[in-house]
Design a protein around this ligand. Structure first.
Ligand code: PLP
Length: 371
C-alpha cells in the first residue's frame, strides 16, 4: 500500500516497498506540472543563503501584493498558508461545522479536517454514469436533506477532474450554509481568470476559496497555498494560524513563480495537447476515462477483458516496473477498479502506457493473479 500516509507521491514509501531509489520512479501518483519548477525561481534559490538568518515576513506581504494584483482583489482578502493543506485545516477550524457535505469521491483531507473536530460528514454521491458531474439534482437533494452548515467542494475535483458550476455555488450560499471551494488545480485551466470564484469570495461572508501553488509550479516541497475570502473571514483564519507558518523561501519562490508568464502559457498549452493525446491512447486500451479539466485522469480498468487485477494489484505490478500510479479505490465512492494517473511529458506518458499494457496483458493471460 503506497498511500500509507494518505496521499500519492510518497516516494520514500515506494522506495521501501519496491527496493529501488526514490529518483528512479516515474511518478504518476501525484499531480505535479512536469514542466516545472519554473526557471524564474533559480535566482531565488541561488540567493537564499543571505535571507536564511532572518524570520520570514509573518504576513507574507510581498507575495500577498502580487496575488492581489493578479486576481484584482484587496490584499486583506488573502491569507497565505503552508500549502492548501494548512488552509483547509484553518477554514474548517474557523467555521467549526456540525455537518459538512462532501461530494464523493473527493480529496481525503476535507473529511479528515472535519472529523478531527468531531464534525459529521454528509456524503453527496457523484454518479459514474454522469461522469461524476455535480449537478442541480445532487445539490437540490443535499440542501433539502443534509442539514449541512458547510459544503466543501473541489473545482476541479480530485480525483475526477470535473469543475463545479458557479450557479450551484451561489445556490448553496443562498441556502445559508458556508462554502469552501478548493481551486487547488484551477491554475491548469486555460481560462482560469474567468472560471475562478476568488472575486465572489471577497464579497461573501460565508464563502472561502482555496488555492495551491504547489501543483502548477511543481514545488510541493516548499508548501504554499492561500485562502481568499471577505477580510473579516480571512482575519478569523489568520487568528488560528501558527506564527511564521509560511517560510521565507516559500514566499520568495511564490513571488518569482507568479511573475513567470511564459511558464504559465507554456504549461497550459502543454496540458491541452497532452491530455487529449493520453485520453485517446487510454481509451484505445479500453480504459474508461473520466473527462478532466485538470492535469490528471481518473480511469476505470477495462470491463471487456477477462481482467482480474484490482487497482491495488495493478499499483504493485506497475511499481515493480518503476511506474507509480494512484490506487483510486481508496477514495470513498470508487470501487476496486479505479486508478488515477497524472499527465506528464510525452516520453513519460509513453512509459506509462507501455507498463499498463504489459500489466493488463499479463493479467489477461492469467499471470496477474500473482500480484
Ligand atoms: C484537491 C487538493 N487540494 C489541496 C491539496 C493540498 O495542496 P498543497 O500541496 O498546496 O498543500 C491537494 C494535494 O494533493 C489536493 O489534491
Amino acid at each position: 500500500m503506497l498511500e500509507r500516509y494518505g496521499h500519492g507521491g510518497d516516494l520514500r514509501t515506494a522506495s521501501e516497498v519496491f527496493g529501488r531509489s526514490a529518483e528512479s520512479f516515474d511518478d504518476f501518483s501525484s499531480n505535479m506540472n512536469p514542466l516545472g519548477p519554473p526557471p524564474s525561481i533559480r535566482n531565488v534559490l541561488a540567493g537564499y543563503l543571505e535571507h536564511i538568518h532572518a524570520y520570514p515576513d509573518p504576513a507574507s506581504r510581498a507575495l500577498k501584493k502580487t496575488l492581489a494584483n493578479r486576481h484584482g482583489i484587496p490584499e486583506n482578502a488573502i491569507l497565505v498558508g503552508n500549502g492548501a493543506a494548512e488552509i483547509i485545516d484553518l477554514a474548517v477550524r474557523a467555521i467549526r461545522p456540525g455537518i459538512t457535505a462532501l461530494a464523493m469521491p473527493c480529496f481525503d483531507e476535507y473529511g479528515d479536517a472535519v472529523r478531527k473536530l468531531g464534525g459529521e460528514i454528509y456524503p453527496i454521491p457523484l454518479d459514474a454514469a454522469k461522469a461524476f458531474e455535480l449537478g442541480e439534482a445532487e445539490i437540490g437533494a443535499a440542501i433539502e436533506r443534509s442539514g449541512a452548515d458547510l459544503y466543501m467542494l473541489g473545482s476541479p475535483n480530485n480525483p475526477t477532474g470535473r469543475l463545479v458550476d458557479s450557479g450551484l455555488i451561489y445556490r448553496l450560499l443562498d441556502s445559508g450554509a458556508y462554502v469552501v471551494l478548493d481551486e487547488a488545480f484551477l491554475s491548469f485551466v486555460p481560462d482560469e481568470g474567468k472560471v475562478t470564484l476568488v472575486q465572489a469570495a471577497v464579497q461573501h461572508e460565508r464563502f472561502i476559496v482555496i488555492r495551491s501553488m504547489t501543483k502548477f509550479y511543481s514545488v510541493p516541497g516548499i508548501r504554499l497555498g492561500y485562502a481568499v475570502g471577505k477580510p473579516s473571514t480571512i482575519s478569523r483564519l489568520r487568528k488560528l494560524q501558527v506564527p511564521w507558518s509560511v517560510n521565507s523561501l516559500a514566499q520568495q519562490i511564490g513571488e518569482a513563480a507568479l511573475m513567470d508568464a511564459e511558464f504559465e502559457a507554456r504549461s497550459r498549452q502543454w496540458l491541452v495537447t497532452e491530455r487529449k493525446w493520453l485520453t485517446d491512447e487510454l481509451r484505445r486500451m479500453d480504459m474508461q476515462v473520466t473527462p478532466s479539466e485538470a492535469n490528471y485522469l481518473l480511469l476505470r480498468l477495462p470491463e471487456s477483458s477477462r481482467l482480474r487485477l484490482s487497482a491495488s494489484q495493478l499499483q504493485l505490478e506497475m511499481g515493480r516496473r518503476g511506474v507509480l500510479i494512484r490506487d483510486a479505490s481508496r477514495f470513498q465512492g470508487l470501487d476496486h477498479r479505479y486508478i488515477r494517473v497524472a499527465i506528464k511529458l510525452r516520453e513519460q506518458n509513453e512509459r506509462l502506457l507501455l507498463a499498463l499494457s504489459e500489466c493488463l496483458g499479463a493479467a489477461k493471460d492469467g499471470s496477474g493473479d500473482s500480484a
